[in-house]
Write a protein that binds this ligand. Structure first.
Ligand code: C5P
Length: 288
């Protein structure tokens, strides 16, 4: 059986919007935290140069899937270096909700780049992969970085950061939030004052806020409801552009208890997850 390649989720411990570029992309400052809640991918090499996703993913046509686009981009990058790749069949066990703010699509793309760079022996460095990744999405470079990070720019400026080990409860309030809708909102706060890492030397948990949260909670009342419910257990916050909200808790048993008390009939889903100090595939990134 081919190896399983995990694509872990992230949480944005805080997310500040500090400006907007001429091309419409937003400048942000955020702490990205890896958690042990993941999709799993498998790669089986072909011998005809073709790239296929062999799992049906409801709502995502293969041609639009970032996994396919990542594989094609690496194939093209290899081709410019005179390497012709054998092709691949990609299988995915999709666990992370889409439009959830957990970075699932970006992480799937990053894992595809890491796995195929090895399996196809294309020999791109971590920096090369991160540059390719940025063309797929602003969150992709983070998942190629290898660890937790203070993230700036549109998502491409990464500084390693040691974050506290903790358990989280993540609640998905049953709605998918389209990222461009939240970033494009007229009433989004876009002028949060830039912070320095020393400003959160007491730890990034509970620091600052998520500037996208107020807009998402107004547009999707279920997000506001889930935040209100989760606030009983700690400082609840939204991740990314939503829809998921999360809270840090002291123990696994506390996390389990909260997950089990999600209101019946709410249509919400809840998961417990633990912070990870490093990406599970970080060791495969060091090959130049
Ligand atoms: O890069 P990605 O495809 O993940 O971004 C989705 C959308 O989110 C972009 O089209 C843009 O509208 C918005 N976005 C942004 N600034 C960022 C990241 C995303 O405006 N730093």
């Amino acid at each position: 059986m081919p190896d399983l390649y995990p694509a872990p989720a992230k949480l944005n411990l805080f997310l500040h919007i500090t400006g907007r570029r001429a091309d419409g992309y937003h400048l942000l400052q955020s702490v990205f935290q890896l958690i042990d809640f993941a999709d799993q991918l498998q790669f089986a090499l072909r011998d005809d140069g073709q790239i296929h996703r062999i799992t049906d993913v409801p709502g995502v046509a293969p041609e639009d899937d970032l996994i396919m686009r990542a594989a094609r981009l690496l194939q093209a990058a290899a081709s410019t270096r005179g390497i012709s790749v054998p092709g691949v069949d990609i299988e995915i066990d999709k666990q992370l909700p889409m439009g959830g703010g957990l970075g699932g699509g970006s992480s799937d793309a990053a894992t595809t780049l890491i796995a195929l760079n090895q399996l196809w022996q294309t020999g791109l460095s971590k920096a090369d992969l991160m540059q390719l990744g940025l063309r797929l999405g602003a969150d992709v470079p983070f998942f190629l970085f290898g660890g937790n990070a203070f993230v700036e720019g549109i998502g491409e400026q990464l500084t390693p950061l040691i974050t506290p080990q903790t358990w989280f409860v993540i609640v998905h309030p049953g709605v998918a939030v389209p990222t461009p809708l939240i970033f494009g909102a007229a009433d989004l706060t876009r002028d949060t004052k830039a912070v320095k890492m020393s400003d959160f030397s007491a730890g990034p948990l509970g620091f600052g806020r998520n500037d996208l949260q107020a807009v998402a909670a107004r547009a999707f009342p279920a997000v506001a409801d889930a935040l209100k419910w989760l606030s009983d257990f700690g400082a609840a916050r939204m991740t990314g552009s939503g829809a998921c909200v999360f809270v840090a808790v002291a123990s696994e048993s506390q996390a389990e208890k909260i997950c089990q008390s999600v209101p019946a009939g709410s249509g919400w889903r809840a998961w417990k997850a633990r912070s990870m100090a490093a990406h599970p595939l970080a060791g495969r990134l060091e090959v130049v």
